[in-house]
Design a protein around this ligand. Structure first.
Ligand code: HEC
Ligand code: HEC
Length: 315
């Protein structure tokens, strides 16, 4: 019996030591680095691309990167209330400043980060920085044209970056779950806008509707969004709200919504029963009427999921 306890204690001490070494390794190593590649793309800017890029960047980048004090993309604290378990999350200065911004990044380096999540110095940006694996080459070129334009939001501004301080949990996730995405091996074409359903799918995938409106951020499939758990069936908890079910289920989704009701909700934030959509659902007033119609048409074709989501806020 005595021998048994001795062995047990040795095993326990060994386990604690191994766990301790692992924890030390993880906290010292931090977020892993990967090989950074510059695909050598040079983007030719024109006014149509800058305009398209302005719309996309306002819908996709400004939420996180726009600083309310400077009014520019100088970076902001993304979790001011410290509610998330990932540590200090600061988006960075992406104005044209050559030192703190991205003025000295090549077009290729920006494209590589947006596609894969790997920065020019090899540092990996976990999923709290947007990735664009499905966006057409043309739309990505538009975003970069806008970032290089003379818009006040992106003009060089020397507001210093505040670095992220990822928590132990965030570092752990980067070891086991979060990995860079593959760089596309072929051209990604523009969606066929004469096919409403394809066009709508493109928008739902690229405007991140599915990331919020599927069951759980931890169970998303970025490369094949339709395989995400509870695809568009809602129930993802955000701040204080569960996201609604936007599949065409007639009782628990939006299967009974007319196109008009849908557009009012998506574009202007007006709920069918009166009242307005609460944050983080913003009014997508930069989407055109045809884009909203395409999204509606696509959503009518996804597999309906029966999932009654509570719409009450939880604090
Ligand atoms: C959900 C929030 C979020 C969105 C949306 C987002 N970003 Fe970021 N971005 C971040 C965070 C956080 C970092 C810092 C990540 C890090 O240091 O690992 C970052 C870093 C970057 C960097 C690297 C800057 C540097 O100096 O290291 C670039 C470039 C960038 N983002 C561009 C964009 C563009 C362009 C868009 C829109 C297509 C975008 N981001 C959308 C949160 C976001
Ligand atoms: C940042 C997360 C987030 C993103 C991105 C997002 N939504 Fe939402 N959405 C929400 C939340 C949360 C609500 C619930 C708001 C409320 O209950 O007041 C909502 C509400 C809605 C509603 C109203 C549903 C109802 O039953 O009232 C529709 C329709 C909708 N979103 C469609 C979309 C589409 C289409 C996109 C992409 C263009 C999108 N959402 C992007 C979080 C998001």
């Amino acid at each position: 019996m005595k021998k048994f306890f001795k062995v047990l204690i040795i095993i326990l001490v060994a386990v604690v030591l191994i766990a301790g070494c692992f924890a030390l390794f993880l906290s010292v190593r931090g977020i892993p680095n990967y090989e950074a590649v510059d695909p050598g793309i040079k983007i030719v800017s024109d006014s149509a691309r800058i305009e398209r890029g302005r719309i996309l960047a306002n819908m996709l980048c400004a939420d996180c990167h726009k600083n309310p004090e400077t009014g520019k993309l100088t970076g902001a604290n993304m979790d001011p209330l410290g509610k998330l378990p990932f540590g200090k999350l600061m988006s960075q200065n992406i104005t044209q400043d050559k030192t703190v911004g991205i003025g000295n990044w090549t077009d290729g380096e920006i494209v590589y980060l947006l596609r894969t999540g790997i920065k020019k110095d090899g540092q990996y940006s976990p999923p709290w920085m947007a990735k664009l694996p499905h966006m057409s080459d043309e739309d990505v070129a538009s975003i970069i044209s806008f970032l290089r334009s003379d818009d006040v939001m992106v003009n060089a501004d020397a507001t210093p970056d505040i670095p992220c301080e990822p928590s132990f949990f965030a570092k752990f996730l980067c070891l086991v779950a979060f990995k860079p995405l593959p760089y596309p091996d072929k051209v990604i074409e523009q969606p066929d806008t004469s096919n409403k359903i394809d066009w709508g799918k493109y928008l739902v995938w690229n405007l991140d509707c599915f990331t919020c409106h599927s069951a759980d951020f931890a169970k998303l499939n970025s490369m094949e969004p339709q395989l995400s758990a509870g695809y568009l069936g809602g129930g993802n908890f955000m701040d204080s709200l569960f996201t609604p079910n936007i599949t065409p289920d007639k009782e628990t989704g939006i299967g009974m919504w007319t196109e008009e009701k849908f557009i009012n909700s998506l574009r202007y934030g007006i709920k069918p029963g009166g009242g307005v959509n609460r944050m983080p659902m913003k009014p997508y007033n930069l989407l055109s009427e045809s884009e909203c119609k395409a999204i509606y048409a696509y959503l009518q074709t996804v597999p309906p999921i029966k999932n009654a989501v509570s719409r009450n806020a939880v604090y």
